[in-house]
Design a protein around this ligand. Structure first.
Ligand SMILES: [Fe+2]
Ligand SMILES: [Fe+2]
Length: 282
């Protein structure tokens, strides 16, 4: 069996992504569906509903009255926040282990994922765009391929490192050359397997090379930008962060300068402090 086949086999061992959230994601990406349609699907999952209601009634939200249903939660906290909480809480278990191949301690990849998703809100606001649950999802899950690839990167680390140093290619290009697949492509395949909307699959697949795809959706480039800013903020860099592509291209594309990045970092720290307990971020 080839190495790539071995890697792809491991994808099947990932814990399944909740079917109800999969369905909700398809609705979120469909402009003809409403927030209510999404809530109607989710409310059939009792454990997700119970989790959301418990949180809505916790000190974190300090709402004036008790929330008894997802419909009430939708009215009180709004669709975007409701969706973000559900998606983040349903994804955290995927990132719970250490990613030793990338030199990331337990929890660090999750921290990087949450930082990227929070940055999606911060950055879209700065760019004068509407917050997007689709971008939030792509940013949160962009490195899902690392969860599977980590153990293989660990086994072939010296070879990958040598290639990066001698040929000065990026870490993900070296992954591809040594392992036959890189974590971005693998993430694309994983999200495809989960039947995620096409735009999320592309955003995950091209999060290191957003200008090399013909997909015109801006989400692809914005996902890369969120990842770049998270890396520049020093969150979850790991070993591949040391050999990241130059961030200039994407920063110039959106006309962002150093001051913008500094402001993003301050806002990120602030938001991180608020969601830490909610999302189990250490
Ligand atoms: Fe990545
Ligand atoms: Fe990343």
């Amino acid at each position: 069996m080839s190495l790539v086949d071995k890697i792809l086999r491991k994808v099947a061992q990932l814990p399944p992504f909740p079917v109800v959230v999969q369905r909700a994601l398809q609705l979120v990406a469909n402009p003809n569906s409403s927030a209510q349609d999404v809530v109607d699907v989710i409310q059939f999952d009792q454990s997700i509903t119970a989790d959301v209601l418990r949180l809505c009634n916790s000190a974190y939200f300090s709402l004036q009255r008790k929330v008894n249903s997802l419909r009430e939660a939708l009215v009180l906290i709004g669709f975007n926040q409701l969706f973000e909480i559900i998606l983040s809480r349903q994804s955290s278990h995927l990132f719970s282990g250490p990613s030793t191949g990338y030199d990331l301690q337990r929890g660090e990849l999750w921290r990087h994922s949450v930082a990227s998703s929070l940055l999606s809100g911060i950055i879209t606001k700065r760019l004068g765009r509407q917050p997007s649950p689709v971008l939030f999802t792509a940013a949160l899950l962009h490195d899902i391929g690392k969860v599977v690839l980590s153990e293989f990167v660990k086994d072939y680390f010296e070879e990958i490192k040598k290639l990066v140093q001698e040929k000065s290619v990026s870490f993900s290009d070296a992954e591809k050359e040594v392992l036959g697949i890189d974590h971005a492509e693998l993430g694309g395949r994983i999200t495809e397997e989960w039947k995620f909307p096409k735009v999320i699959v592309s955003s995950v697949r091209y999060h290191h090379a957003p200008f090399s795809t013909s997909d015109p959706d801006e989400t692809v480039r914005l996902t890369h930008l969120c990842d770049v800013v998270a890396m520049l903020s020093g969150i979850g860099g790991g070993s591949d962060g040391l050999f990241y592509h130059s961030p200039e291209e994407i920063l110039n594309h959106y006309r962002l300068n150093e001051e913008d990045i500094e402001r993003f970092m301050i806002q990120l720290e602030d938001q991180f402090g608020q969601v830490k307990e909610l999302l189990n971020v250490t």
